[in-house]
Design a protein around this ligand. Structure first.
Ligand code: DQA
Length: 144
């Protein structure tokens, strides 16, 4: 089982960016955490991070027929990228949305998620654990 974990803009700056919101652990810490959890579940995991909307769309399109699931934290694109939502709907790969913070308890402009519309589940406000729950959920979903 193959899963692609996509992280969008500014998530490469984890640890540095607003630690009071996102914590002190770095993007590399997130990758190690996800790799460890994926190994436990027997999932082959690949990672992609970009600050560019088009690059995220390209990697989603390239995943068609190649991965069994996508986990995506689209960062701020979550709140306005109809294009990323359309790409996810186009490839029709089971997708789980993740956010480190609880977007529904933050500024009103973060309450809308276009990614949610293209996802089978969302995990918000759980920090790194959201990615673990997403891996478990994808595995359960694919087993069905
Ligand atoms: C985020 C929440 C978004 O609103 C924000 O723009 C991010 C990170 C999160 O993981 O909590 O970049 O997706």
């Amino acid at each position: 089982m193959k899963v692609l974990i996509i992280n969008g803009p500014n998530l490469n700056l984890l640890g540095l960016r607003q630690p009071e919101v996102y914590g002190k652990l770095t993007y590399n810490d997130l990758l190690s955490y996800c790799q460890k959890e994926a190994d436990k579940l027997g999932i082959e995991v690949n990672f992609f991070q970009s600050n560019h909307e088009g690059a995220i769309i390209d990697v989603i399109q390239d995943s068609y027929n190649k991965v069994d699931g996508i986990i995506i934290n689209a960062g701020a694109y979550t709140h306005y990228s109809i294009a990323i939502m359309d790409a996810l709907k186009s490839v029709n790969i089971p997708t789980i949305e993740v956010h480190l913070s609880d977007i529904y308890k933050r500024e009103e402009y973060r309450h809308i998620s276009y990614i949610k519309e293209a996802s089978i589940a969302s995990f918000v406000g759980l920090g790194f654990e959201g990615y673990k729950k997403a891996l478990i959920k994808i595995k359960e979903n694919i087993g069905k």
